[in-house]
Design a protein around this ligand. Sequence first.
Ligand code: ADP
Ligand code: ZN
Length: 522
Amino acid sequence: MKMLSVLKTYFGYSEFRPYQKEVIQKIIDGRDCLVVMATGSGKSLCYQVPPLVVEKTAIVVSPLISLMQDQVMSLKQRGIRAEYLGSAQNDPTAQSKAETGHFHLLFLTPEKACLLPTSFWEKLLKAGICLFAVDEAHCISEWGHDFRVEYKKLDKLRGILLDVPFVGLTATATEKVRTDIVTSLNMKDPYVAIGSFDRKNLFYGVKHFNPSQLFLDELVQEISKFVATSGSSIIYCTTVKDVEQIFSLLQQVGINAGIYHGQMGSKAREECHRLFIRDELPVMVATVAFGMGIDKPDIRHVIHYGCPKNLESYYQETGRCGRDGMPSVCWLYYTRSDFAKADFYCRESKNDNHRRHIKESLMAAQHYCLLTTCRRKFLLGHFGETLSADNCGNCDNCLTSRTERNMSMEAFLLLACIKSCGGNWGLNMPVDVLRGSRSKKILDAQFDKLPLHGLGKSYASNWWKALAYQLISYGYLMETSKDVYRTIRISPKGEQFLNSAKYDHQPPLVLPLTSEMVDDEE
Ligand code: ADP
Ligand code: ZN
């Protein structure tokens, strides 16, 4: 059967979405593929169609049994022969059926894929394998946000399945992760399909809060409003403690919410998941453990209560809303102490590079929080995609006008201080110098002798950081990576500002105030 008739007959769709046809064709031609597309864009079809066209088995490695169960069930309903094998489950009939090439799609956990004997693969190769897909392929990379050791071992199958095209699929788009997938799976000259990550129907917004009962009451009120409208909501919290707190607050006001975190038993978790999918619970309060495989089209709100660890997982989590293309809303609430959690997140990391990576990822999330320019542009930019317009018309910064103020003096101080410190530091050093710190680092570098030392005492260090992020957004400062350290430097535009400011030739530098800055000055 031809591709298009498979699409119509089995899936009931009349046309392919961007990249689907190309990827399917390349797979049929026998080429390795890397498919990087946003959640909900239709990656699964790329490995579901080829086995039906060429009548050979497709192997799909997927990290979660629940994900596989759902897929197998819906494929069976379409009349497609599909089955899954997990390591715990030991169904000899399914396995022996599989090796004869009975199934169009055979889903395996990574553990199971590595445990299957060579004889199994040899038999199945004779019957015909049309592709070996690795779903959620970012799990293979330590630079991804969901590294899984078992994924690393998949490359040994490459040696057995010599001429089978390998297909990596992920919604995580950073360059590092992409390269890692290609090398870890030993891909040969893969066809790379990178879709747009822009989800135009999602509104992005950020709010700063000071932890207090008052704030919690406001949050609960906000969530009540969501519940009053149609569709469902997810509230992501950074800790189990927060999940439990928000959950009980919602219960107190009579909101029927579900709860989901890693410390619950798997039965209770699955039950909540099911009720949420079936619209019996309008709200789910969860840690990020509530993740992959939430294929619910009408999630309208994703709230992050607390700054996420990194933007990769943040974008994937927010991507779970509005899959049906209808307008949906993503709010992030952060509090200042969120930014100080890097050391806490690093506690389990054994190597320096990895610790730096964790810190940098959090810095990027912090930058996102403190942004006064388009959030969408920044997020997409983080994934290497350029949005041509400066105003997306669908984020808080593009939709609200902020109070603006002449910040020439403050910007001058900060730029001059960064320059005086010599350009080999991150943001903390110059800010600490401005604030007049006498830490050992500062005394050792003799920065306490700088004329600027202590001149910025009247603002909190987060205020200065917020200003710095603005100066980055507006092109006065640049962040550069040196090895894996981020350093901050003056851009040519910043140099020009510094020079003309000295002679008072510069028009005033007017910048919008971030909510951080406003709160600080209250
Ligand atoms: P991803 O794996 O990229 O997150 P899915 O493969 O789960 O996305 O697809 C998301 C939704 O889009 C599914 O409901 C799927 O049936 C639908 N879909 C996929 N391809 C098409 C298509 N060509 N036409 C219409 N709907 C599609
Ligand atoms: Zn915008």
